[in-house]
Design a protein around this ligand. Structure first.
Ligand code: ASP
Length: 343
């Protein structure tokens, strides 16, 4: 599909570097031009209002029911996803592939960019303009902040940001929020405590920005070196979101927490390995840590974990991190269906 997608300036897409092509009078069979996210990129959580979130979660909920009932169905039959990963991934790439295949579509996986023309020095704009000749939607993970926005500028087809360096990871934050909704049933008045690498952890950046839309209290626990970036601290303050900053996870803090969001220290982002050594293993959640916690609270983690949550916590019903991965499938199914005009 080329010019069927609406124009980018108004939430729509144009490509400046090419002569305008004749508009197609039709959209591909079954596409809904009126679907609110049809043809749009998903680059940042800032694009979502709370009404949008209701919409995404409503569709994700339907996806869950369909998967539980029939497993796979043909909503995206004939559609192709290009899955372009310049950084390692297990869950994000596997769940996007599973999402596409459960909806009857197919995937061009480019996970090992060493074997693609990227290794020959091809630029990101050229790579995405290549892939959109073959695919209907592009999912991109890249080490540079702003890479997804750059790819979206050049691609006419929807681009979904699957993590741009230390920037954002919007689909993870959407699935994190969906997990909270499914597990706790409310957002209003809850206390979310985020702990670990708040500086480099892109999932934290996206989730904090999304939570700002609700009446929540936020606690951030990190060693000085890994504090939340000032820009996000200011965004929260300007929004009037109650936020507190700590270096230690005290029993009192745990006792007030409804969602404990644990993150990995992002070793690959450190310029100086000695700095990593100073902060690695700063916090480890054990059954002992959870002794003071409420009965109805959850422990989340975007994963992979490298020791921040001990395996003895896994059998605690409050450990939601494995269920969180499954919710990710439904949210990614919803997002693919939405940008491809099927929901
Ligand atoms: N999987 C998440 C990410 O890609 C979290 C992590 O890697 O620690 O950002």
């Amino acid at each position: 599909m080329t010019d069927h997608y609406p124009d980018k300036e108004n939430g729509t897409k144009t490509r400046s570097s090419q002569p305008p092509r004749k508009k197609s009078p039709h959209v591909p069979f079954g596409d809904m031009r009126t679907a609110p996210w049809y043809g749009k990129d998903i680059i940042s959580v800032r694009q979502f209002t709370s009404a949008d979130l209701d919409y995404v979660f409503g569709v994700a909920h339907e996806m869950r029911e369909m998967v539980e009932r029939v497993g796979t169905f043909d909503l995206l039959k004939g559609k192709i996803l290009a899955s372009l990963f310049y950084e390692p991934s297990t869950r994000t790439s596997a769940s996007f592939t599973a999402a596409m295949e459960r909806l009857g579509g197919s995937v061009i996986p480019i996970n090992e960019v060493t074997y693609s023309s990227v290794a020959k020095g091809e630029s990101l704009p050229d790579t995405v303009r290549t892939l959109e000749c073959y695919a209907d939607v592009i999912v991109l993970r890249h080490k540079e902040v702003g890479s997804a926005a750059q790819a979206a500028k050049y691609a006419k087809k929807p681009v979904i940001n699957a993590g741009d360096g230390t920037g954002e990871h919007p689909t993870q934050a959407l699935l994190d929020l969906f997990t909270i909704r499914e597990e706790l049933e409310i957002f209003e008045g809850i206390t979310v405590t985020m702990i670990g690498d708040l500086r480099y952890g892109r999932t934290v950046h996206s989730l904090a920005r999304l939570l700002k839309l609700f009446n929540v209290r936020l606690n951030f626990v990190a060693p000085e070196l890994l504090r939340l970036p000032l820009g996000i601290v200011q965004e929260l303050a300007e929004n009037g979101t109650p936020a507190n900053y700590y270096e230690a996870l005290s029993p009192e803090l745990i006792a007030r927490t409804d969602v404990l969001y644990v993150t990995r220290v992002q070793k690959e982002r450190f310029e100086n390995p000695e700095d990593y050594d100073k902060v690695k293993g700063s916090y480890v959640i054990t059954p002992e840590t959870l002794k003071q916690a409420k009965d109805k609270m959850i422990v989340m983690h975007p994963l992979p974990r490298v020791g921040e949550i001990s395996m003895e916590v896994d059998d605690d019903p409050r450990a939601a991190y494995f269920r969180q991965m499954e919710y990710g499938l439904y949210v990614r199914m919803a997002l693919l269906a939405m940008v491809l005009g099927k929901a």
